[in-house]
Design a binder for this molecule. Structure first.
Ligand code: AMP
Ligand code: TRP
Length: 334
């Protein structure tokens, strides 16, 4: 009953990381042949944590450049920045009235991001998942490719769609399916194998940025935390070895092979030898992407035009949905 449609978002809140690439962007590029796709730089989400206004525009264009450099074709897909289509924020308000406080209280990302000083977190950070549900459902998107960390938010999106449909006795929204695939759906920090690799980590050594040069990549991988044992000879041997598991997962994802194959290839090897190979591989994949990002960033006006055109197309799709929602809720409409 619902047309297959993909939506996904990336926050323009800093450098894109290898986690963004392996968990999200690379998968977006793989899906563009089979689905109608909408990819969004979610600037409204980014400001749930303070962002320097002088940096916002550049960061937004950089995420767009990262998407295009990862193989996403802006002529076949819709690329735009979220704030350019006000329909997201309007539907988000309605979802603020559908979602329950108890549901949001269970969100682990809020707890992590708010930290100990929860009283001081922005209200936007708390209702962030409602806006995310609006991003998706304002297009009636049926499939959402994301990294593993977004699973809980997508469950909330499904709960919101279901409750809205029940409360208003309308089959208005689809129950969206997450698409979480690849050998590295959760890339971990290079400094701590139990923490997610993140663009907002204060330590740049904890992550590989998509536009890092060969020297930075080599240095970060060389200094990545490991344990004193050689590589295991089967995947079960990665249990309780988070750093080894992370590096093997990265290697597998970058080479489009399975973790089993990589473990077999490097069974018994020392980390130093493995790290040299991993560096070569990472440089061979990220090098061309970084250069392409740099070329695209040299013409910010063209990137801005792409996002502007994308926003017009996005609004053509969302306006009738928002209209239908307003009528369903009982709002007077001209
Ligand atoms: P964000 O940078 O938080 O806006 O995330 C954008 C996309 O990248 C989402 O689909 C995330 O799930 C994905 N992502 C971010 N960090 C990682 C990571 N460390 N491993 C895998 N996927 C990630
Ligand atoms: N919350 C997502 C993240 O931090 C970004 C995001 C916002 C998103 N809206 C979305 C992802 C809609 C998928 C669909 O990674």
């Amino acid at each position: 009953m619902f047309q297959k449609r993909i939506f996904s978002g990336v926050q323009p809140s800093g450098n894109l990381t290898l986690g963004n690439y392996l968990g999200a962007l690379r998968n977006f590029a793989k899906l563009q042949n089979d689905f109608e796709c909408i990819f969004c730089m979610v600037d409204l989400h980014a400001i749930t944590v303070w962002q320097d206004p002088k940096e916002m525009a550049r960061q937004t264009l950089e995420v767009a450049a990262g998407m295009i450099a990862s193989g996403i074709d802006p002529t076949r897909n819709i690329l735009f920045n979220q704030s350019r289509n006000p329909d997201h924020a309007q539907l988000a308000w309605i979802f603020n009235c559908v979602a329950r406080v108890g549901w949001l209280n269970r969100m682990t990302q809020f707890k992590e991001k708010a930290g100990k000083d929860r009283e001081n977190a922005s209200v936007g950070l708390y209702v962030y998942p409602n806006l995310m549900a609006a991003d998706i459902l304002v297009y009636k998107a049926t499939h959402v490719p994301v990294g593993d960390d977004q699973k809980q938010h997508l469950e909330l999106t499904r709960d919101i769609a279901q409750k809205f449909n029940n409360d208003y006795a309308a089959e208005l929204f689809p129950i969206t399916e997450p698409l979480i695939f690849g050998a590295a759906t959760r890339v971990m920090s290079l400094r701590d194998g139990t923490k997610k690799m993140s663009k907002s980590d204060p330590s740049d050594q904890s992550r590989i940025n998509m536009n890092d040069g060969p020297d930075a990549i080599a240095d970060k991988i060389r200094r990545a935390r490991t344990d004193p044992h050689p590589m295991p000879d089967n995947v079960a041997g990665l249990e309780d070895r988070p750093e080894a598991a992370n590096l093997i997962g990265i290697y597998a994802a970058l080479s489009d092979r399975t973790r089993e194959e990589i473990v077999t290839e490097f069974a018994g090897a020392q980390f130093s030898a493995f790290k040299t190979k991993l560096t070569d591989l990472a440089v061979s994949v990220l090098g061309p992407i970084g250069s392409s990002m740099q070329r695209l960033m040299a013409d910010p006006a063209e990137l801005d035009r792409i996002l502007d055109r994308g926003a017009v197309k996005a609004r053509e799709l969302s306006a009738p949905v928002l209209d239908e929602v307003y009528r369903t809720v009982g709002f007077l409409k001209s």
